[in-house]
Design a protein around this ligand. Structure first.
Ligand code: AMP
Length: 224
């Protein structure tokens, strides 16, 4: 029985996880918590793109117009990003993908890279709640850590717990852009649920009001 004799926590080693869900469903928050709990890195394509944009790299500049409009960045760019990131040393013992894949071709690219995903957790939050939640979302302009004015407050108002930098509103969290992102999610990303269901890897987790409750359900789904 693999893993049976290992000390508590060790059985999670090497897990390769995907968090699916609408923008603002809580993927980033859960990915950060899961990363600490399971000792595997959280890989957010959104954070990687935002960092590239801040540093004005060619990739960041190419992605800017799509991101600002709430559209998906073209598959070839995002697949290139994930290929490079997953080749890094810290990803060799498992990882949590937050925001990738977002289209069927991206999921197929992951398979072509030879990556075997253990579990896919879809965080289920209705659109009405997403719109309300997004208006309260804040992110650190430096490290990308995410907060919420109601559900995930920083220790000090408006300041990042991790690096002490000011918290800002993401440009693509503006209400009209959120509606477009939700439309894109339903059209292009939601079909991934059927894709992973067919592979027997999908678990649905209903997003709760309290972050801790969602974490408990997510961990149970991952370890099931
Ligand atoms: P996120 O922080 O995951 O909400 O991503 C913010 C934005 O980055 C998205 O609205 C897209 O414009 C872009 N993005 C992030 N991940 C992907 C992806 N896997 N495929 C295409 N675009 C992405």
């Amino acid at each position: 029985m693999p893993g049976a004799a290992l000390p508590h926590g060790e059985e999670d080693t090497g897990m390769k996880l995907i968090l699916l869900g609408a923008p603002g469903a809580g993927k980033g928050t859960q990915a950060e918590i899961l990363s600490e709990t399971l000792h595997i890195p959280a890989v957010s394509t959104g954070n990687i793109i935002r960092a590239a944009l801040k540093n004005e790299t060619p990739m960041g500049l190419a992605a800017k117009s799509y991101m600002d409009a709430g559209e998906l960045v073209p598959d070839d760019i995002v697949i290139g990003i994930i290929k490079e990131r997953l080749a890094e040393a810290d990803c060799q013992n498992g990882f949590i993908l937050d925001g990738f894949p977002r289209t069927i071709p991206q999921a197929q690219a992951l398979e072509e890279l030879g990556v075997t995903i253990d579990r896919v957790v879809s965080l289920e939050v209705p659109d009405e709640k997403i719109v309300a939640r997004m208006s309260g979302r804040r992110v650190c302009g430096k490290c990308g850590a995410s907060y919420h004015v109601e559900y995930k407050k920083p220790a000090k108002d408006g300041v990042c717990d991790v690096c002490g930098e000011p918290l800002i509103c993401r440009k693509d969290d503006a209400p009209e852009t959120v509606l477009e992102r939700l439309r894109v999610f339903h059209e292009q990303t939601e079909p991934l649920k059927a894709f992973y269901e067919k592979l027997g890897k999908l678990k649905l987790v209903v997003g709760q009001e309290d972050v801790k409750d969602t974490t408990a359900l997510t961990l149970a789904a991952v370890r099931d």
